[in-house]
Design a protein around this ligand. Structure first.
Ligand code: IPD
Ligand code: CA
Ligand code: CA
Length: 291
């Protein structure tokens, strides 16, 4: 490379990445299935942030697959951190169990998410939801699928007719940036806002047209790298809350079918401008006797 920019992968290489991501996601999913309803160890990494033996075992199944196929690449996993060649422009972002809280409660919304980024841009990835046996795949320029069927975002163009999804980061007890006022505001403006507990599936469902939009803060690369590819390849849009190109290290993302993007962004901006500050203030100061 003469210009210090990464060479983006050719189709054949993308297909190889997709095959390996899928193999890894399936391997992790198989491990999760073996622990389903059968967990012996659930620990808290910090208040509300769980890790189980299933997270660790899934990750242990995934990592060697990536190392075997791409020994020179970097790996970033939720439970083991950074592995491999940290100078590589190829980074594999792995969430071995997205939806740990759900899994620990036997609520079946959870998935394995595996994606490769090239020069910081997600290029190919797989999300596997073992309970539903749904495999979402996406590669830049090659489209996105669920169990082999092409994905397309929804045609919903009015916020009042939309179904959105969001989540609440584990630091919500330590910050005023809780996403609670955003949740309230958008719940008023839409047909509903869901909280699934799996960011990877939230993005995959936007790609599939089951949900019209998704926003969240406090996310990690492994939560969203694969899902971002799917939303964009299914015709949707990914930005920051303001509609600008997303900075993946900010942990803040807005995904939509494109048609609703400005409306959701505007609604988030309304909250940011503290139009709802009085409401939030009141809601957080309800005397215990009235709560
Ligand atoms: C969490 C889930 C959840 C989101 C959290 C994530 P984990 O991942 O994706 O939906 O709201 O911010 O951390 O801990 O289950 O892998
Ligand atoms: Ca996660
Ligand atoms: Ca996880």
């Amino acid at each position: 490379m003469s210009n210090n920019l990464p060479d983006f992968p050719e189709t054949a290489q993308l297909q190889t990445f997709l095959e390996v991501a899928t193999k890894a996601a399936h391997a992790g999913g198989k491990v999760l299935q073996s622990y389903w309803g059968n967990l012996k160890s659930v620990q808290e990494k910090r208040p509300g942030d769980l890790v189980t033996e299933a997270d660790k075992a899934s990750e242990a199944a995934i990592i060697p697959i990536l190392q075997q196929h791409f020994p020179d690449h970097a790996i970033l996993t939720e439970e083991s951190g950074k592995l491999g060649n940290q100078d590589s422009e190829f980074v594999w972002a792995i969430d071995p169990l997205d939806g740990t809280t759900n899994f620990a409660h036997q609520y079946p919304v959870f998935a394995v998410s595996v994606a490769v980024l090239v020069g910081g841009v997600p290029q190919a990835g797989a999300i596997y939801a073992p309970f539903y046996q749904e495999l979402f795949q996406g590669a830049r320029g090659l489209g996105a699928t669920c169990n082999g069927e092409p994905l397309k975002v929804s045609p919903t163009s009015e916020l009042s007719k939309s179904l959105l999804v969001t989540g609440f980061a584990y630091d919500r007890r330590q910050t005023t940036d809780t996403n609670y006022p955003e949740f309230c505001h958008l719940t008023h403006l839409t047909q509903g806002v869901r909280r699934s507990g799996s960011a990877a599936l939230d993005l995959a469902y936007v790609a599939a047209g089951r949900l019209d939009g998704y926003w969240e803060r406090g996310l990690s690369l492994w939560d969203i790298a694969a899902g971002i590819i799917m939303v964009e390849e299914a015709g949707g849009k990914i930005t920051d809350y303001q509609g600008n190109p997303v900075n993946l290290s900010s942990g803040r993302i807005l995904a939509s079918n494109g048609l609703l993007h400005a409306s959701i962004s505007n609604a988030l901006e309304e909250v940011r401008q503290e139009r709802f500050a009085a409401f939030v203030q009141a809601a957080t100061n309800i005397p215990a006797s009235r709560a």
